[in-house]
Design a binder for this molecule. Structure first.
Ligand code: HEM
Length: 406
């Protein structure tokens, strides 16, 4: 497709701030999204492995990982919205065309996510507070839930891949000259790229287990036998996972489209490769020993994830600019200081205070044996968070009213 056509599909209103900032935020939030997805997939797989075993440690782990999967999926969805917004802002001609070409699947994505999430809860409530010595109920629900989450992820992968082939859009839309307006087909995918992001779940959940063991080891009633089991499993998953991901990454690079020829040996790939290898070794060395575990591997993998997300974005740029002459960096800017300040303010002040409060309560409650009572300082954090939200709502309506009244 002609570059002028791609430019004509842009939003004529332009962007409210510099495009490079949206791109950086997109990379960062994608890295967080995919990390939450990987923890969710890894935790769900451990739930299934544990639910089909009689070993008491596995059963206990399955029960704990049900909570992790449940929360990680909400985090993945909430954080998934952010890159969705940013990609629509700087790559709107591509994202919307890709969505229209597979419109039924875009809507189907939501239905599939709802079904998967509900099934996760079917499993959760079927086994809520149940004794872990009995065989878990509704194991089928967890199996189907995981399968549906994978289908949903595959759909997102297809939408992302279709964006990268503007030269084929007409052929997909009107194969042989006959219009296909059904939106029923999926046109482009790369199993190695999809597999790479999905199987990152193996080292990610390995690092998660090491952090989980470290966290639990701070409890007065810590069960050292269980923690040693969790630690061993976490270290093993890290060891197996990193080489597996390297293999899939290599296959992804070997099967890049022609429009990205050369990217597979570019500096981006070498940096990502170095980050994965160095990160894998660092995480292995920092895994902690015995039953204590460590938080470090989790941090290391998060940094590695950001480097990979940056390389993934560079690949998109190389294809869309290099092969199709579309540069998101020259998007017209129609500076809007208020909305930019509101965005960053909301993110830092409201998001920061509310998250700090919730995480503090969750952290302290999980470490407490018996009933948890927040200290007066934590209680004040909660009050301040609610006050800030109220203030935010008031300013939102006041500014809206002032603009309307002018
Ligand atoms: C829980 C199931 C989900 C899984 C397994 C999943 C998996 C993935 C994968 C594998 C990718 C990388 C695709 C690629 O680059 O080839 C991705 C990207 C992405 N996902 Fe998810 N995802 C899930 C849910 C969601 C949800 C609910 C949202 C939105 C609210 C979302 C938004 C995104 C966005 C915006 C991207 C990046 C698209 C781009 O940069 O072009 N995902 N996801």
């Amino acid at each position: 497709m002609d570059a002028n056509m791609l430019y004509a599909l842009r939003d004529p209103a332009g962007l409210p701030f510099y495009p490079v900032v949206f791109m950086l935020l997109s990379v960062l939030t994608f890295a967080l999204h995919i990390f939450a997805v990987q923890v969710m997939l890894g935790a769900s797989s451990l739930v299934i492995s544990g639910a089909f075993r009689a070993d008491p440690h596995w059963r206990r782990l399955a029960s704990a990982m049900t909570d992790v999967a449940k929360i990680a999926v909400s985090v993945a969805i909430v954080i998934g919205v952010a890159p969705l917004l940013f990609v629509q802002v700087i790559y709107d001609p591509f994202w919307y065309t890709s969505s229209v070409l597979s419109a039924r699947w875009v809507i189907g994505f939501i239905v599939i996510m709802i079904a998967a999430y509900l099934l996760l809860y079917v499993y959760y409530f079927s086994n809520y507070r149940a004794d872990t010595s009995r065989t878990p109920r509704s194991r089928w629900a967890m199996l189907v839930s995981l399968a549906l989450f994978l289908v949903a992820g595959f759909l997102i992968h297809v939408f992302t891949s279709q964006m990268l082939h503007p030269d084929q859009w007409m052929q997909w839309y009107a194969p042989g000259g006959d219009l296909d307006t059904s939106g029923a087909s999926l046109h482009a995918y790369n199993p190695w790229r999809f597999g790479f992001f999905i199987l990152m779940a193996v080292p990610a959940v390995g690092a998660w287990l090491l952090a989980y063991a470290r966290y639990l080891s701070g409890r007065a009633d810590a069960d050292l036998g269980y923690l040693a089991f969790v630690n061993r499993l976490g270290a093993r998953l890290l060891q197996v996972g990193v080489p597996l991901v390297l293999l899939l990454g290599g296959l992804w690079m070997a099967t890049l489209p022609e429009s990205a020829a050369g990217f597979g040996t570019s500096i981006w790939v070498w940096v990502a490769l170095a980050a994965l290898v160095a990160g894998g070794i660092a995480a292995h060395l920092a895994r902690g020993d015995g039953e204590r575990g460590s938080y470090l591997p989790l941090l290391v993998l998060l940094v590695v994830g950001i480097v990979i997300a940056a390389a993934r974005e560079a690949l998109r740029y190389v294809i869309l600019y290099g092969a199709h002459a579309y540069d998101f960096m020259d998007y017209k800017v129609n500076m809007d200081w208020y909305s930019t300040a509101l965005f960053f303010g909301t993110f830092a002040i409201i998001g920061g205070s509310v998250l700090a409060y919730l995480l503090t309560v969750a952290w302290q409650a999980g470490r407490t044996v018996g009933v948890y009572t927040p200290s007066p300082a934590v209680h004040r954090m909660g009050v301040v968070s609610i006050a800030l939200i109220a203030l935010w709502i008031v300013q939102y309506f006041v500014v809206g009213f002032v603009v309307w009244a002018r």
